[in-house]
Structures are given as structure tokens and as C-alpha cells.
Design a protein around this ligand. Sequence first.
Ligand code: ATP
Length: 306
Amino acid sequence: MTQTIFEAKGLSKQYGESFALQDVYMTIGVGDIYGFVGENGAGKTTLMKIIGGLVHPTHGEISLFEKKDTKAVHEARRKVGFLIERPALYPNLNAKQNLTFYCRAFGIKDKSRIAEVLQAVSLADAGSKLTSEYSLGMKQRLGLAIALLNDPKFLVLDEPINGLDPSGIVEVRKILEKLSKEQGVTILISSHILSELQLLATQYGFIHKGRLIKEASAEELLHTAETKICIRTADPAATLQILKSELQLETITISEAGEIQIPKESTNLEELMSFFLQRGIHIEGINLSAPNLENYYMDLIAGGNE
Ligand SMILES: Nc1ncnc2c1ncn2[C@@H]1O[C@H](COP(=O)(O)OP(=O)(O)OP(=O)(O)O)[C@@H](O)[C@H]1O
């Protein structure tokens, strides 16, 4: 029985002098929801395009459904659904007509799939609507429907929730959870919205400057990530400098949300509060954050940059 859906061994992609991917080893197991995390330009899309056969690696090898040779990998791609970057939709056609176009392009003869995939992405009632009239969330869901046309066992999704509003994000999450739970679809998904990714992923791969610096399970991540003291001030950068220089707090960062974060173990909350009082630094809010993906990632990157 197949255990591994995708594997990369020593995978590199070079553009001129620079590496989009460098010596990447990565394993995606059957049933995983693999959260692919990295900053802009880290190499996520390049790896996904290699899976799709859109980009050819400079070095290394991949296996797909445990198939390694070029022809077998090409065949195995029939069992993969892709949503890479924005879906290409014809605005003057409705959703069903767009799906009919993709059925032809993919060589899918069974047109009953169109109603099924529209149902799967909760667009059954909007199948006759022109896609030019679709919201961004609907377009992304239709992109997902296209990726589902071939009844894939493996879905490769490049930032599928990027730019969606909160209800659109929840909608996509529910669709993916259902595909995973009910059909056992394996999913590779990249996203910059780490709080959302954390609600879905069972495994993670962290990529930094083209190198896969860490793979971890969701349990391992929550076990390893630290509890942080999170502080909101009017001027986080200035407060950070004061804390660094006067309390010698080294492992102190500012989160994406602009909060100062200090590992709970490295200081004492009461001492910290009295320090702020003595110095007359106004604190807008202070709380403890549970271990989470963002903390883990920020610590990992900080370590990698040293
Ligand atoms: N066709 C290309 N020619 C030259 N350089 C490229 C090409 N495609 C990608 N790159 C470079 O490879 C690196 C990795 O890009 P990639 O798109 O894979 O990153 P990413 O992690 O998907 O980023 P983002 O989160 O912004 O989508 C970047 O430095 C990018 O500029």
C-alpha cells in the first residue's frame, strides 16, 4: 500500500546564480494536510510547480505516489489536483461552462463531475452565474472545483485563502476538512495566514531562502513552541529596545500583529510590570499566548538567521 504521496530528495532549482530551491528533502504521507510555510520568495510555488511538472528541477529527484521515473510521475499527476496562483477563468462564461472547458482540457468525459464539484465547493446554486460576477471567494472556490474535477487523491494548493474575507476563509477550510476526513484526500497547502493554517494542518514544512529547514507534526510543534508574554504598546520598536538594553532580554521579538513577545521562561511577569510602571511606559495590553504556529515559525526563522 502507498505510504508516501510525495517525496523530494536533494531537490534544487537554480535560476542563473540564485537558488529558488536548494537541496530540499521533503516527505508528504498519505492523508496528511501538509502546511507549507515560508516568507515571500522562499520557494513554495517553485516546489509546487515542480510537482505539477511546470518547472523542471536542476538537481535531485521527486517521487509521486511512490513513482520515480519520469513517465510514471507524469502518469501519477493525473491523480493530483492543482490550484497554483489564481485560477484562470473565462469571465464571459458561467461556472458550469468554465468547468466544461476544463473537463475537455483534462480529457474528462464524465460531465456529471461538474455538478459534483460545484456541490463540493458550495457553488451548486451559482453554476449558471457569469464568473465575472463572482466574488474573489467564489472564484477561489471555483478554482478549487477545477482542481477537484479529476477526483484527485492529492491536492496542491498555493495560497488558496489569500485575499479572502473571513467568511470566505472559513468556507475554504470547511471544504478542505471535508475532503480530508470523508475522502482521505492528501493536501499540500501554502499560506501566510498562520493562525488559519494551524486550524487545518497535521504536518508542517518550513522553507527559508530555498531550504527546507524543518518538518514537524502538529503535535510536535505545539509541544515545542513556547508560551509567550505578549505586550501591546504605542511604540513597540522603542519599548523593545528599552527591554533589550535594560533587562538584557535577548529572545524578544515583535509579532506580525505588532505585539512585543517575550518567552515566558525568560522573565517574570510581576517584575516586568513593575519595570513598566517605574519607567512610565504605558502598556495598552498584556496577555499570555498559547504555543502556536506563528511563535514557532518566528523562533525558527530567528534561529536560522543567527
Ligand atoms: N521564472 C523565474 N525566473 C527567475 N527567478 C524565479 C523564477 N520563478 C521564481 N523565481 C525566484 O525563485 C524564488 C522563489 O520563488 P517562489 O515563487 O517559489 O517563492 P514563494 O515561496 O512561492 O513566494 P510567495 O510567497 O511570494 O509566493 C524567488 O526569489 C523568485 O524570485
